[in-house]
Ligand binder design. Structure first.
Ligand code: FES
Ligand SMILES: [Fe+2]
Length: 428
């Protein structure tokens, strides 16, 4: 069994190391965050196989609308075709490999490669080649289309792609965690989200795994976010201080999907939106009209999910975030406010709240990525080799839905992330 060791000067991690041996039930090896060989294996075994969140239906509402994204290092193009279907292509010209679409988003009738002008229609077919006479009779445009990802599927507007033709379906991958996406969508009186506000991007110096781990880590809240908790009122104040009571829970939803459940600590409807239910009477009336009073009351009490959909989608309450790995020690996170269809006045407030809470001059996300970068920097010290993940193992339990649950400050969600990671990395 190969295993990373330290000789005092560097970790020895051969390219063929069995990464799964570095993840134990209650600890992980520090090289998982720093080793470039491990990072390359993660691209192959995670990002190029599993279902990765690419974008949302609402970002490409009209035929010809497109956005460009990445799956691991591979550039992709999500586009709505003339018939209204959304497809995901590799963003690579079939001629010599140039990015066919260098823009981040827009609307196009066709995609013309900027290098030699090969042109593709919205379904990826090659329709035009400049000066075609120089190609012989065997040249067939049908052989030179934009490559599609192996599989593309969506759930309630969230578009996912897998670069592997095999493996679990999206439905199987999401499992019961699809309920977390439902919880977000069902806050809209129309049952749909709108992620068209644009994305703010944060580039930072840490391994990609630190952010999904942090997203559903309750333990750090009162420390990393102390400044925002001191300077602005928010629902999070309910969850810090003495570790007592049953305020907030962590849940492992399976397949690496994890959650902080805040609503068990809420005291009134709309706690997740600053309280003051009377401010939202018009929204509540619309929601009641769509689903009935009892259900509407439940939804506005419970609020949005705070959950990770493995590996790269964060349902960040009234924001949506995604992240990309760049290399072993650098990543990028995007976020956008989660608008609810049918309530534009609420969305205006959401936009302001998102700017104040998540943007580069704000608190929450900058604080999280700052601590992630410091975490990464600390790992350059090579002792101790193993990081502890044992917090709360003695008090976690399985609930009636089969989810492992524990106290808000425990590490059940981190263990859930790593357990799934180990399963994926152990595959041939
Ligand atoms: S690389 Fe695209 S046309 Fe030549
Ligand atoms: Fe945080």
């Amino acid at each position: 069994m190969q295993q990373a060791t330290t000789n005092g000067t560097q970790f020895e991690t051969p390219a063929e190391i069995n990464v799964e041996t570095l993840v134990r039930d209650d600890k992980i090896h520090a090289s998982l965050y720093t080793d470039p060989h491990i990072f390359e294996q993660e691209l192959e075994k995670i990002f190029y196989r599993v279902w990765v969140f690419v974008g949302h239906d609402s970002e490409v509402p009209e035929p010809g609308d497109y956005v460009t994204r990445q799956i691991g290092r591979q550039p992709v193009l999500m586009v709505r075709d003339k018939a209204g279907a959304v497809s995901v292509f590799l963003n690579r010209c079939a001629h010599r490999g140039t990015l066919v679409c260098p823009a981040e988003s827009g609307n196009a009738r066709a995609f013309t490669c900027p290098y030699h002008g090969w042109t593709y229609d919205l379904s990826g077919q090659l329709t035009g080649v400049p000066f075609p006479g120089a190609y012989g009779p065997d040249f067939n445009k049908g052989d030179h289309h934009l490559p599609q990802v192996a599989r593309c599927d969506s759930y309630r507007g969230f578009v996912f792609a897998s670069l592997s033709p095999e493996g679990p379906s999206l439905e199987e991958h999401l499992g019961i965690a699809s309920r977390l996406i439902d919880r977000a969508c069902d806050l809209s009186p129309e049952g749909e989200l709108d992620l068209s506000a644009g994305w703010v991007k944060h580039r930072y110096m840490s391994n990609w795994k630190m952010i999904p781990e942090n997203d559903t880590d309750g333990y750090h809240l009162g420390f990393v976010h102390r400044s925002v908790l001191r300077s602005a009122g928010s629902q999070y104040q309910l969850f810090i201080g003495e570790e007592s009571g049953n305020k907030g829970l962590l849940r492992d939803w399976g397949n690496g999907h994890t959650e902080i459940e805040f609503s068990s600590g809420y005291q009134q409807p709309f706690e997740w939106f600053g309280g003051a239910p009377d401010k939202y009477a018009a929204y509540l009336a619309q929601l009641e009209h769509s689903c009935g009073k009892t259900e509407a009351d439940r939804r506005v009490f419970e609020g949005p999910p705070h959950a990770l959909i493995f590996p790269n989608l964060f349902l960040a309450e009234m924001n949506i975030a995604l992240f990309y790995p760049l290399d072993a020690e650098e990543s990028i996170q995007w976020h956008t406010p989660m608008f609810l269809k049918g309530v534009p006045e609420l969305n205006t407030r959401l936009l302001r709240q998102s700017e104040a809470a998540m943007g580069p001059a704000s608190f929450l996300l900058p604080e999280d990525i700052t601590i992630a970068s410091r975490n990464q920097a600390g790992l350059h010290a090579r002792q101790p080799e193993w990081l502890d993940l044992s917090r709360g193992r003695n008090r976690e339990y399985v609930d009636e839905a089969g989810r492992v649950v524990s106290h808000f400050t425990d590490e059940v969600t981190n263990r859930a992330f790593w357990k799934h990671y180990r399963t994926l990395m152990a595959q041939a």
